[in-house]
Structure formats: structure tokens, C-alpha cells
Design a protein around this ligand. Structure first.
Ligand code: IPM
Ligand code: MG
Length: 360
């Protein structure tokens, strides 16, 4: 029997609560499937470690997880460590060297969840946002001089490479092709940003020729926020730069009902390195330790992990279990306006898995 080795990194805040829920659900999934098992290795990397030792992960951290089949990540961030230090010390320190350049963020309104949009209940909003995850505005290029002086100056240079743009466009067109509508929207800001964004548009048009069966259109990012809100049914697969997609994916999560549900996959499509799966929500300091964190974002991220591992039946089964549970309002956590606890939702998902009699 195949055993998948998973590196579990709960990180900070509610990370440990949702990751232990995720481990439970994944084990229930493997048990129901019968064809594979999981072996989880837990890593205590995060801000507590940083405060004690000066580093979020050990020097050889990446070597410790390089051979794992996947990484399940919780969240990163605490009130007393600056966010940029945490991000670059842990999450980006994994994503960038492991070349997880495709960040995939599906958004749907799950059964039982209410969208803040009037007249939008489900089928009208079914998107996948593909976020360029290795360069652009998050390239880390820039600097700061004359600190504290009146002439202090700072730059953050967004850096785009032909190779980086072409590979994310190919990934996005291929993903669009795999979905029923075969439709891609390329987000840009090439009216104001006249170098990199113009190259982005040109490469989109070049790659489009390799995918004649995919229809595509182009949207300026500001107008995109209106289209997402006013005409959600006109969108399907979306590709955007690192920062644009960061912003649009929060909007998408809110329009679909809650950030507590939204999943993400940081993929290294070539599989040279492990890919990383995580809920989009952050550490949520206000609810740490209360047992009320919504584990659905982690469960849905686990569905993406199962798909990546090549277990489509188990992935579909876990997704069915999630939808069965969200449909029942008595199983909604407080972020969804309910009173359920993390443990209630987790148990309900595990029970739904055990009781799922569908063959695939
Ligand atoms: C996300 C988050 C991160 C990002 C934060 C935590 C730095 O907002 O994954 O969307 O901007 O990449
Ligand atoms: Mg974000």
C-alpha cells in the first residue's frame, strides 16, 4: 500500500488547531479509501521558534522536507513579530526555493453558505484564480537607504521575467482548458504600468496561440473588482500577478461567503520539489485556543493535496463530505454565523467520509 509522507507545519495562531483537524480528516479519508495511507511528520517551525532561536526553521529546514510528498501548512504571523519578517522567514522561504510558482485558489459558494451578493447563490460564482507565486511584486527586489534621515528612500521593484510569465500563462491556459467552460481571464494593469505589464499581455497573447480551444479575455485589475462583484457569472479561470491575485483572492473569498473556507495550493508543477497546501486565512489572533477556528479551509486545501497526489476518488469523497457538512447550518463555525466548534465540524466530516458509499 502506498504511504504518502506529509510534512505538517502548523505555524502560528490557529494553525495548530486547523492542521490537527486536517490530519484527522486526511486519515479518515485514507481509511475510507483503503488504497493508501499517510505518514505525517510534524515541524514546530514558526514565530515561537523564531523568538527563542532567531530562526523560523532550522538551517537545514528545507532539506528535512524536500523529499516529502507534500506540505500541509497552517498559518504564519504573531502580533509581536513584523509580518514581513514572518513571511520571508517561513512561507516565502519555502515557496520560493521550492519553486512553487503556481498558486491556485478555487472559489465557489458551498452548499449552506450565503454570499453577500444579492441574487448569487451558487452556480453563478465558480472561479479558479491562478496567482503567479514566484516573482512580480513579491520578487524581494528593492532597498532602503538613509534610514531615518529626511532623504530616506525605499524601493520595491516588481520584477517579471519572460520565463516566469510564460510558465504561469501556460499553467493557467492548461487549467482553463481542463474546466468545462475553457475560458480564461488575464488580469493586467498595462494602461499604467508600461513595461512589465505590457510584456505580461504580450506573452499572454503568444501563449494563447498554443491553446486555440481556450477562449480568453483581458481585464484591468481595477475593473476586474467590479466585474467580480457585478457579473460573477462571466468569469471562470483567472490569472493575475502575485499582488493583483493576492488582492482579488480576498475579494473572491469574501464574495463566496467566508475567508474561513478558502483553500490554496502552492504548486511546483514539475514536481521537482514538494508542493504546499494551506488555508488562505491567517493566524486569527482573536480566536486562538478557543476551539472555534473553521477547519473547512484546511479540508478543502487537503482536497487539492489529494488531487495533486493522484488520488482523485479520495479527493472527490472529501469534497462531498465538506459540502454535506457546510449544507448543515448547525455545523457552521462562528465566522459563518454559527455556534459549531472546530471539533464538531471535523467529526462531522470524518463521519460523512465513513458513511460515503459512492464507489468513486
Ligand atoms: C495570502 C496572504 C499572504 C500574501 C500574506 C500572509 C503575506 O495574504 O496568501 O494571500 O500576501 O501572500
Ligand atoms: Mg492574501
Amino acid at each position: 500500500m502506498k504511504t504518502y509522507r506529509i510534512a505538517a507545519i502548523p505555524g502560528d495562531g490557529i494553525g495548530s488547531e486547523v492542521i490537527s483537524a486536517g490530519v484527522e480528516a486526511l486519515n479518515a479519508c485514507a481509511k475510507r479509501d483503503g488504497g493508501f495511507a499517510f505518514a505525517f511528520d510534524h515541524f514546530d517551525w514558526g514565530s515561537e521558534r523564531y523568538k527563542k532561536t532567531g530562526a523560523f526553521m532550522p538551517d537545514n529546514g528545507r532539506d528535512l522536507i524536500r523529499k516529502h510528498d507534500a506540505i500541509l501548512f497552517g498559518s504564519a504571523g504573531v502580533p509581536d513579530v513584523p509580518d514581513h519578517v514572518t513571511l520571508w522567514g517561513l512561507r516565502l522561504a519555502i515557496c520560493q526555493p521550492f519553486d512553487q510558482y503556481a498558486n491556485v485558489r478555487p472559489t465557489r459558494i458551498l452548499p449552506g453558505i450565503v454570499s453577500p451578493l444579492r441574487n448569487v447563490s451558487g452556480p453563478e460564482l465558480d472561479w479558479v484564480i491562478v496567482r503567479e507565486n514566484s516573482e512580480g511584486e513579491y520578487a524581494g527586489v528593492g532597498g532602503r537607504v538613509h534610514r531615518g534621515l529626511p532623504e530616506e528612500a525605499a524601493t520595491d521593484v516588481s520584477m517579471f521575467t519572460r520565463a516566469g510569465v510564460a510558465r504561469i500563462m501556460r499553467f493557467a491556459f492548461a487549467l482553463a482548458r481542463s474546466r468545462p467552460r475553457k475560458f480564461l481571464t488575464v488580469v493586467t494593469k498595462s494602461n499604467a504600468q508600461r513595461h512589465a505589464m505590457v510584456m505580461w499581455d504580450e506573452i499572454a497573447a503568444e501563449v494563447a496561440r498554443e491553446f486555440p480551444d481556450v477562449t480568453w479575455d483581458k481585464m484591468l485589475v481595477d475593473a476586474m473588482t467590479m466585474r467580480m462583484t457585478l457579473k460573477p457569472e462571466t468569469l471562470d479561470t483567472i490569472v493575475a500577478t502575485n499582488l493583483h491575485a493576492d488582492i482579488l483572492s480576498d475579494l473572491a473569498a469574501a464574495l463566496a461567503g467566508s475567508l474561513g473556507i478558502a483553500p490554496t495550493a502552492n504548486l511546483n508543477p514539475e514536481r521537482t520539489f514538494p508542493s504546499m497546501f494551506e488555508p488562505i486565512h491567517g493566524s486569527a489572533f482573536d480566536i486562538i485556543g478557543k476551539g472555534i477556528a473553521n477547519p473547512i479551509g484546511t479540508f478543502w486545501s487537503s482536497v487539492m493535496m489529494l488531487e495533486h497526489l493522484g488520488e482523485p476518488s479520495a479527493a472527490a469523497r472529501l469534497m462531498r463530505a465538506i459540502e454535506k457538512v457546510t449544507a448543515d447550518k448547525s455545523l457552521h463555525t462562528p465566522d459563518l454565523g454559527g455556534k459549531a466548534r472546530t471539533a464538531d465540524v471535523t467529526k462531522a466530516v470524518c463521519d460523512a467520509l465513513a458513511g460515503d458509499n459512492q464507489a468513486n
